[in-house]
Design a binder for this molecule. Structure first.
Ligand code: AMP
Length: 537
């Protein structure tokens, strides 16, 4: 027997409609690419997104059409998120850090009809445009005071907005319709598209607001450093409007000084991003001798956060750090670390091993760790294996692929290696392809890196396995120094000796000026493995 309750579809438009009604005058603040700070609010975002929606319909865009964006975090990009998905078209965010060849492949694969871009990227767009098979028009969303001819291939956003919205209301359609598309970075093989639906996006947004997750409040001021061109900025453009928090968009200025100023002036209470962006903010905070005045929490994910980074934020500045983990295929949030009340009795040193873990599964995401044969491993915090996930905002199939991406039991294999403890705290020990297999034991490259970056002389570190005649693989440590001091291998191993198991101690250390950073802000270990392929230990 079915329940007898209303079956109203969960549509993305309902999020901005709600915000426009109940958080009408809540500000959305943008550091524009043109320079000045621009202020708008949720009511105006909703109005302009509707104008865009009408303009797209007048242009001939239909439900299911893919529309690409190549843009930074701004209010305009937010209007695109809602205006495109709101009429059943698909907002395809392009990662502007990808190479021209990757962008061309992805746009042609998605068969995007329009491409919206920030004017600073125009040269790139012009360069790749002859290779794009499906794109009919290129629309600039910034520097829109320079009106261009609507009949040319390149015109600007304000030309497209339609004034005929008096009778327009967001259309209602099936919640399982696709809403947005994001390609994975594709470290192996071609990039693959993850196609989110309205339903998955709305449920993910609701879950993100929960107290044990982002705990977004109406009096929060949220700054996503995490880009809208990578996994929908962790869903912030969808969760913030329902929470009613103020939204602050940093545009393309993501260095410590610019972030600090914006956070300070706008009273940012919570900021989200990958570890690398926080290094530059922390350095600037050190220079100023204070934190941005209202900052309470930073959410760090995308790569493992180190103990030294947590200490700098928490001990020196009183800013709470929450570690989080997820992936493109998971919309992306999977776990977030908040300590259970019982931990409050423990000393900082005793809390730290748990705080460093990626976090506990959030409601909606089931987690499982299995061995090489697919057998479930105990939740003892020690047994590490392949991390599988299942839930309503997790991928089933990649875009345009016939085969399901799941195991025969309906789980998605994340490609991460992890442990789960009896409280449910999950700890990523490695990507399965990065783990170092040494004499039948596994060495966690992430675990080792986290400790190494605690050394005063080290700014960034990466550990890779290099082949060894006896042990199969041994760890090579590659570091970027903070200053001129570069400790020897012996000095480094002395420092590490009481912090990691003896067999983890690296066999060699290399000092480099910089590490290769990929399009999603993570160290590209595949690149390092290529460089050090024939490394002799
Ligand atoms: P992406 O799909 O590009 O967001 O990458 C997802 C992958 O990033 C995950 O499968 C992990 O390997 C890695 N990742 C994300 N968050 C964390 C974290 N907090 N700690 C370690 N690795 C992470």
């Amino acid at each position: 027997m079915h329940g007898l309750m209303m079956n109203t579809p969960l549509l993305i438009s309902s999020l901005i409609k709600y915000a426009a009604q109940y958080h009408r005058d809540t500000q959305v603040v943008t550091r524009t690419l043109e320079g000045p700070i621009r202020f708008t609010d949720f009511e105006k975002i909703n109005e302009r997104a509707k104008k865009l929606a009408c303009g797209l319909l007048e242009f001939g865009i239909k439900s299911g059409d893919r529309i690409a964006t190549l843009a930074w975090n701004t209010d305009r990009h937010l209007e695109l998120y809602y205006g495109i998905s709101g009429i059943g078209a698909i907002c395809h965010t392009l990662n502007l850090r990808l190479s021209d060849e990757e962008l061309i492949y992805i746009i042609n694969h998605a068969e995007d009809k329009l491409l919206f871009y920030d004017h600073t990227l125009k040269i790139r767009v012009e360069k790749i445009s002859p290779h794009l098979k499906s794109v009919q028009k290129f629309v600039s969303i910034s520097k829109t005071d320079q009106l261009e001819n609507k009949d040319s291939d390149f015109f600007n956003y304000e030309n497209l907005l339609s004034e005929k919205i008096t009778k327009f209301d967001w259309p209602i359609f099936n919640e399982n319709q696709a809403a947005s598309l994001c390609y994975t970075s594709g470290t192996t093989g071609s990039p693959k598209g993850v196609l989110y639906s309205h339903r998955t996006t709305v449920i993910h947004a609701l879950a993100s607001c929960l107290n044990n997750v982002l705990a977004l409040r109406v009096d929060d001021v949220v700054l996503p450093v995490v880009p809208m061109f990578h996994v929908n900025a962790w869903g912030i453009p969808y969760s913030v409007p329902i929470s009613g928090a103020k939204l602050v968009m940093p545009g393309d200025k993501l260095d410590g000084e610019n972030l600090f100023e914006l956070m300070d002036i706008e009273g940012v209470t919570i900021a989200l991003g990958v570890p690398t962006v926080w290094l530059s903010l922390l350095d600037y905070m050190d220079k100023k001798g204070r934190k941005p005045k209202a900052l309470e929490r930073v959410i760090i994910g995308g790569a493992a956060v180190s103990e030294s980074m947590i200490d700098r934020f928490e001990i020196e500045y009183g800013v709470n750090v929450h570690h989080a983990w997820g992936m493109t295929e998971m919309s992306p949030i999977g776990v977030l670390n908040s300590l259970k009340p019982k931990f409050s009795k423990l000393s900082r040193a005793n809390k730290m091993p748990t705080k460093l873990k990626q976090g506990r599964g959030i409601y909606g995401v089931e987690l499982l760790v299995v061995d090489d044969d697919g057998k479930e491993l105990p939740r003892d915090g020690v047994s590490s294996g392949h991390l599988l996930v299942r839930g309503p905002w997790i991928i089933d199939k990649y875009y345009k692929e016939k085969k399901s991406a799941l195991t025969k039991d309906g789980w998605f294999d994340t490609g991460d290696i992890a442990t789960i403890d009896h409280d449910g705290y999950m700890n990523i020990t490695d990507r399965s392809k990065d783990i170092i297999k040494s004499g039948g034991e596994w060495i966690s490259s992430v675990g080792l890196e986290n400790v190494v970056v605690g050394h005063d002389a080290v700014l960034q570190a990466a550990v890779i396995g290099v082949s060894h005649p006896k042990w199969q693989e041994r760890p090579l440590l590659i570091c970027v120094p903070k200053g001129s001091f570069r400790p020897s291998l012996e000095e480094m191993n002395n420092y590490l000796s009481d912090k990691v198991p003896k067999m983890w101690l690296p066999d060699a250390i290399e000092w480099v000026e910089k590490l290769p950073i990929g399009a999603t802000g993570k160290i590209v270990k595949a690149e390092l493995r290529k460089i050090y392929k024939n490394y002799k230990l």
